[in-house]
Design a protein around this ligand. Structure first.
Ligand code: CA
Length: 507
């Protein structure tokens, strides 16, 4: 009799344990807050003083602050591709920065970070910037917009298609444009303007614009701001840039609230701090740095709202919160917003050289924070990790066995992410779409011959000659002393290694 009761008792106790809040047996929720164009030096916890980021700094103090964490590429689309697929972007054609009417570049059905977590029982959601293409060919913005996030592993999606400076300037929830009046259908073109729609060249008095361009961004004028690409229709659905951060934050909080009773994965890809920098009026003037600095404060407020929500729902203890960015910082990226003139002593890339678009460290070394109170002790880690490792590492944490064939570059660096190991990867490949590849191996950094952008915009362009550049990051984090001539064997070794990795995954 007693023996027969035991299994029931076990199941009863298991059910009680499973129902308890913050139960350790439940897989952790995962919230990945992915900033846009935020540099290594843009947060207080990485040395910024001209901008205050108390919420990000709080998370850093309660978790691990990484000093050698990388995105895969120095621009948006390729980094985001890598983050979700576990594959370096240079292995696939078509992964460079996409126009807003591009087709989906992730093959539906392939293993992704969200699909593996979904398979592990997670509810998966994306809120914010997508920029990985939508549809199989030409998208009908007035019908069902697919395939997209829902076809590559997300249960819920509330996104902008591409970037704030590209059309279409509308939100898309799951498969539909939000707030679209069917009597005012949307058309999008990246080739020619639509008759009767205001475009940049029509605006002779530039003071009538909310923000003028410095280069490009002179196609459709929407909300007083020039964009890349043309669109017509959908007037009721157009976003207002100054409200975007609040809209995405609200959607993120709603997702957490809806899914709080099961493990969830939220990929919150913020609009901040990508150009055009248009913070909500309550953040205007919060820094001496103009709109770019103010959008960092807006990003921090979004982080604060998410942390508060997790606290209110008693989810913080067993939720992993990761904060990072998709590429390095940029000042003048196409709008006259005072970013260069007002930057003052602030160093957007901290002590690193270069920024967005660059293969110098500023292009791809990212702020990277991991907080998980139930398991992770606060600290600082110098382990080398890459965002391309998140799919395999988080999937393994959730009990999945990712296939290295489908996620060829995603290494399991979970011990480093959780602070249980001081080492992560031995080397990482870094990419800039108009430059080529670079390799970090231990403290050595090799940049292959090819094009190079210098500066944070406007840029100087140069060509790196054979045999490339070599730096010792342990003594020269700012990549100022090229050691190539003095170390011919080392540079040959690294060039060979880079070639091997780029030809053969997981070497
Ligand atoms: Ca970006």
């Amino acid at each position: 009799m007693r023996r027969k009761l035991l299994p029931f008792l076990f199941f009863f106790l298991a059910a009680v344990a499973f129902a308890a809040p913050d139960r350790p047996s439940r897989p952790p929720n995962i919230v990945l807050i992915y900033g846009d164009d935020i540099g290594y030096g843009d947060f207080g916890c990485y040395g910024a003083t001209a901008v205050k980021t108390p919420n990000v700094d709080r998370l850093a103090g309660e978790g691990i602050r990484f000093t050698n964490a990388y995105c895969s590429s120095a621009t948006c689309t390729p980094s985001r591709y890598s983050l979700l697929t576990g594959e370096y972007p240079f292995r696939q054609k078509g992964t460079n920065v996409l126009p807003g009417d591009a087709a989906l570049i992730i093959e539906p059905g392939r293993a992704t970070l969200p699909s593996l977590l979904k398979h592990a029982g997670y509810k998966t959601g994306i809120v914010g910037k997508w920029h990985l293409g939508l549809g199989a060919d030409k998208v009908d913005w007035n019908g069902e917009i697919k395939p997209g996030p829902l076809e590559v592993g997300f249960d819920y999606s509330f996104i902008m298609a591409a970037t704030m400076d590209r059309v279409p300037c509308v939100y898309i929830e799951n498969h539909r444009v939000v707030g679209l009046d069917p009597k005012d259908p949307i058309q999008v073109s990246y080739k020619k303007p639509f008759p009767g729609e205001l475009t940049g060249p029509d605006v002779k008095d530039r003071s009538t614009l909310k923000m003028d361009r410095s280069h490009n961004h002179n196609d459709a004028i929407i909300n007083g701001i020039g964009r890349i690409g043309f669109m017509t229709g959908g007037k009721a659905a157009l976003w207002k840039d100054e409200e975007m951060a609040d809209v995405f934050t609200r959607q993120a909080l709603d997702f957490i609230g809806r899914e709080k009773d099961k493990p969830f994965f939220l990929y919150l890809a913020t609009s901040d701090i990508h150009k055009p920098h248009v913070p909500h009026p309550r953040f205007v003037g919060k820094t001496p740095m103009g709109p770019r600095g103010d959008t960092i404060v807006e990003f921090d407020a979004c982080v604060g709202a998410v942390l508060k929500k997790l606290d209110e729902l008693h989810l913080a203890e067993n939720t992993i919160v990761i904060i990072s960015s998709d590429n390095g910082p940029v000042l003048d990226d196409g709008y006259k917003d005072g970013s260069n003139e007002k930057v003052g002593d602030h160093k957007p890339a901290g002590p690193l050289r270069g920024g967005k678009y660059s293969r110098f460290e500023g292009g791809t070394r990212m702020p990277f924070l991991v907080r998980w109170p139930a398991r992770v002790k606060p600290g600082v880690s110098d382990a080398i990790v890459s965002q391309v490792d998140l799919p395999a590492s988080l999937a393994i944490l959730a009990g999945q066995k990712p296939d290295p064939k489908t996620m060829p570059d995603s290494q399991n660096v979970l011990p480093a992410l959780l602070g249980e190991s001081k080492t992560g990867r031995e080397e990482v490949v870094l990419h800039a779409q108009d430059g080529g590849l670079a390799l970090r191996s231990g403290n050595w950094k090799y940049i292959s011959p090819g094009k190079m952008r210098e500066g944070l915009g406007p840029w100087k362009f140069s060509v790196i000659p054979e045999p490339g550049l070599l730096f010792d990051l342990s003594s020269d984090p700012g990549e100022t002393k090229d050691l190539a001539a003095a170390n011919p064997e080392k540079i040959r070794e690294l060039a060979d290694k880079l070639k091997t990795i780029s030809n053969n995954p997981q070497q």
